[in-house]
Write a protein that binds this ligand. Sequence first.
Ligand SMILES: Cc1cc2nc3c(=O)[nH]c(=O)nc-3n(C[C@H](O)[C@H](O)[C@H](O)COP(=O)(O)OP(=O)(O)OC[C@H]3O[C@@H](n4cnc5c(N)ncnc54)[C@H](O)[C@@H]3O)c2cc1C
Length: 398
Amino acid sequence: MVERSEVAVVGAGPSGLAASCLVAEAGLQVTLLGGVAQVLEDDPRTIALMQPSVRLLAHLGAWPGDIMAQSAPLWRLKLVDDSAGLMASPPVVFDAREIGEEPFGWNIPIGVLAAALERRARDLGVTFLADEAVRLQTSGAAALLRTAGGHSLSARVVLGADGRSSIVRAAARIGTVEWSYDQVALASAFDHSTPHRDTSVEYHKQAGPLTTVPMPGQRSSLVWLERPARADALAAMSDADFARTLQVELHGDLGVVSGIGKRKLFPMRGHTAVSFARNRVMLLGEAAHMLPPIGAQGLNLSLRDAATAAELIAGAARFGDDPGGSDLLERYDRMRRRDVVPRQGVVDAVNRSLLAGSFLPHGARVLGLMLASSIGPLRRRIMHQGLGPAELPRVMRG
Ligand SMILES: Cc1cc2nc3c(=O)[nH]c(=O)nc-3n(C[C@H](O)[C@H](O)[C@H](O)COP(=O)(O)OP(=O)(O)OC[C@H]3O[C@@H](n4cnc5c(N)ncnc54)[C@H](O)[C@@H]3O)c2cc1C
């Protein structure tokens, strides 16, 4: 028997959960296909969500809820040139108080975020199908999904949020442009004896950035990009050796390091889908784009994907238009591409300027840091840009 839903979402990661909530909240019938992400409970990643993304959570009733107490505000972002090159820049500090009265955003454990979104999705009446999509046929007025467990689900539009190896993307015959870096990100968390003062610090080192992000109390999360061999060695160290090594890398800025959390490695690669929407499919999150964790862009972009898709689908439904029609899909592709692609370019340029080790890219990065440090209007412009584009989906606007 074929089950029917107005909208099908494939992938119960943070992007798919957020999209399901937003579409259901707009009054449409949604089926979310995929095992709910218990794995995220064990994941050491925390996600720095900027204010537009926090507003989306508030719109859904998921913020502050019980998330806020487990999260920390981000008032200051500090960039430290720690690459030991011939030219060096003084640290650049971006302070949220320079552009407003609220923090840049909040640092939230990924498991806490996913659990809160899952609860909201259930409250909003999303139908959960804990099964894996194995096939997708897109022809005529509907898309037909088949699952490993033998279900068939028909929908007018499919939101592909099934991560970097998306089968939805492949089934819609959408290719990707892919690249990789000779780096691995190590994610963890640690206690420290000196307060973080609500400041996230990005140390630009020769093998890539090492970033500390505040958590509640005297604890921070860590995203450390390293060459693969060193990352493996760091992951294999005892907690005591790792704490000592990290303390040295931080130049003692956070005092004595202890209480090392679970460590997890993520190979660094990037991709962009050649189209973000085609054949009754809209791609969201890492199914559409992937980039290194520099400047906290990944999930912030994905939540903008989710909000844009939901807004377009709800608009089509209001006027009796086809939510999977080609005009609407082309609009989604245009809107998301102009946000995603330039940000991927900036992150890639910063990362490669460190890895290249040659004078020109290093000099350009150091010059950029010097200008941002000394020119107030430029610094404020960078802060506004970092929060998101000027044109935001309705649920993310201030
Ligand atoms: C170390 C690190 C730190 C980061 N920090 C930040 C940050 O501070 N701020 C930020 O904005 N971003 C950050 N990111 C990026 C962010 O983590 C990702 O963008 C985000 O987790 C991607 O979510 P997703 O839902 O798109 O993909 P995923 O989390 O990969 O979810 C995909 C889901 O689809 C499911 N699935 C796959 N195939 C199928 C199928 N066939 N059928 C059904 N389900 C399927 C999977 O099981 C999974 O549940 C960071 C990334 C890393 C690696």
